[in-house]
Design a protein around this ligand. Structure first.
Ligand SMILES: *Cc1c(COP(=O)(O)O)cnc(C)c1O
Length: 425
């Protein structure tokens, strides 16, 4: 059978559900699944493009995209084809052998970034763990630092493993999980003075600062873009002191900012950066990328059973190639401007509630005033009722991260739903 033969043809949008509406037993779900999430009372049955349908057949515009993950939306023909082809050819072999799809994906990422080499894993947290290990090994072997420290920012988010919750400068993710990992120190994002003070203090007797790890735009911490002068000064400091600059590109990377990588908005190049979320378009994959000058990993230093398997890599490569082939970065820039203009018009109507609209490309935040009684989770519920899915970034920021294929009409529809939600609150 040719691979094409199994690619499903999608039913027309007017008839989104193959079956009749079928309510889902959420009580049974809650009985068997650990309650690590406070879930909305919503069960999604199907998706196509930027649209989702729940089990009652209600349609939603998806401006969550699996939290900045479904780069090409849902059931994109290129992904359907890549998944079908690869599962029929070869889906998994060990990294004990050469995996051509992994090599091709690494080559694409290197040719479209400042990095020279890649390592593949399965998630953002795991990519950041790899970055932390690489930075520590560099500190030990190249700089002969015995007790290395990595600077990270307050309000950052780097993942949920022990090392990455420690790197994450938000106590709410750390509560109940002490002892945390040694070797981290927090600075204030977009405040160069706190970095200079930290280095002066930590390096007072002998050099200890091994790396500075930051998001180019803080995603979970409130959709807060990095400042150009701040990052350029950090780059200078890192060059002077041989400190590694690590950019966590898990949320802002892969075209979401309107450029391929978030750091391109800041006019700097990191020594190491990490990717996940948008990289696989919803198929789990993570990547650690670095300049050859800091690639100190040797056989046995780091590994992952699933990392870089043929299935994940073939799909991620398709996501990358589709971004390029369909000129999606241009769409991200244009749709982002359109969205921010629409949201700013709403902000002008409700100055008592909204303080600011901020972001890059298709990662944007509508920021509520501290003194407003409204909260982001409350507005998410209201827009959900109006048929628009959004996700908060903290208690006071409404986050907009649609698929990169979103159309002008879909942006207008989303803005209209937000307007409706505010009018009814
Ligand atoms: C989501 C996220 C992570 C963690 O990724 P997982 O795949 O959930 O482990 C790390 N860093 C940033 C910036 C993120 O947004």
């Amino acid at each position: 059978m040719s691979p094409e033969a199994v690619i499903p043809t999608l039913p027309a949008l007017a008839h989104p559900l193959l079956d009749a509406p079928h309510p889902y037993n959420t009580e049974e779900f809650d009985q068997y699944v650990m309650t690590t999430y406070a879930r909305y009372p919503l069960t999604i049955a199907r998706g196509q493009g930027c649209r989702l349908w729940d089990t009652d057949g209600r349609e939603y515009l998806d401006f969550v995209a699996g939290i900045a993950t479904c780069t090409l939306g849902h059931a994109h023909p290129a992904m359907v084809e890549a998944v079908s082809k690869q599962i029929q050819t070869l889906h998994h072999v060990s990294n004990l052998y050469y995996v051509p799809a992994q090599g091709e994906l690494a080559k694409w990422l290197v040719e479209h970034s400042c990095a020279d080499r890649a390592f593949f894993c399965n998630s953002g947290a795991e990519a950041n763990e790899g970055a932390i290990k690489l930075a520590r090994k560099y500190a030990h072997t190249v700089r002969h630092i015995e007790d290395p420290v990595i600077l990270t920012a307050h309000a950052s988010f780097h993942g949920r493993t022990l090392a990455t919750i420690t790197a994450t400068g938000q106590p709410k993710y750390q509560k109940g999980f002490t002892p945390l990992m040694p070797g981290f120190y927090y600075v204030t994002y977009n405040d160069i003075q706190t970095i200079e003070n930290a280095i002066a203090e930590l390096d007072a007797e002998t050099p200890r600062v091994a790396a500075i790890m930051l998001e180019a735009l803080q995603g979970e911490g409130g959709v807060n873009p990095g400042q150009v002068e701040y990052f350029q000064r950090i780059r200078q400091i890192c060059d002077e002191k041989n400190i590694l600059l690590i950019c966590d590109e898990v949320q802002v990377g892969m075209g979401r900012s309107g450029k391929m990588w978030g750091y391109e908005n800041l006019g700097i190049e990191p020594d190491i950066f990490t990717s996940a979320k948008g990289l696989g378009g919803g198929i789990p994959i993570g990547a650690l990328l670095c300049k050859s000058s800091c690639d100190v990993f040797q056989p046995g230093d780091h590994a992952s059973t699933y990392g870089g398997n043929p299935f994940a890599c073939a799909v991620a490569l398709t996501v990358c190639q589709t971004i390029e082939r369909d000129h999606l970065l241009e769409n991200v820039q244009a749709r982002g401007e359109q969205l921010r203009a629409g949201l700013r018009a709403i902000a002008e109507k409700y100055p008592e509630h909204i303080s600011q609209v901020r972001g890059w490309g298709l990662i944007n935040g509508l920021v509520l005033k501290d003194e407003s009684a409204l909260t982001a989770p409350e507005i998410v519920k209201a827009t959900m009722a109006a048929g628009l899915l959004l996700v908060p970034a903290g208690p006071k920021v409404l986050r907009f991260v649609p698929p990169l294929i979103v159309s002008a009409a879909e942006i207008d529809a989303a803005v209209h739903s937000v307007e409706q939600a505010f009018a009814n609150l």
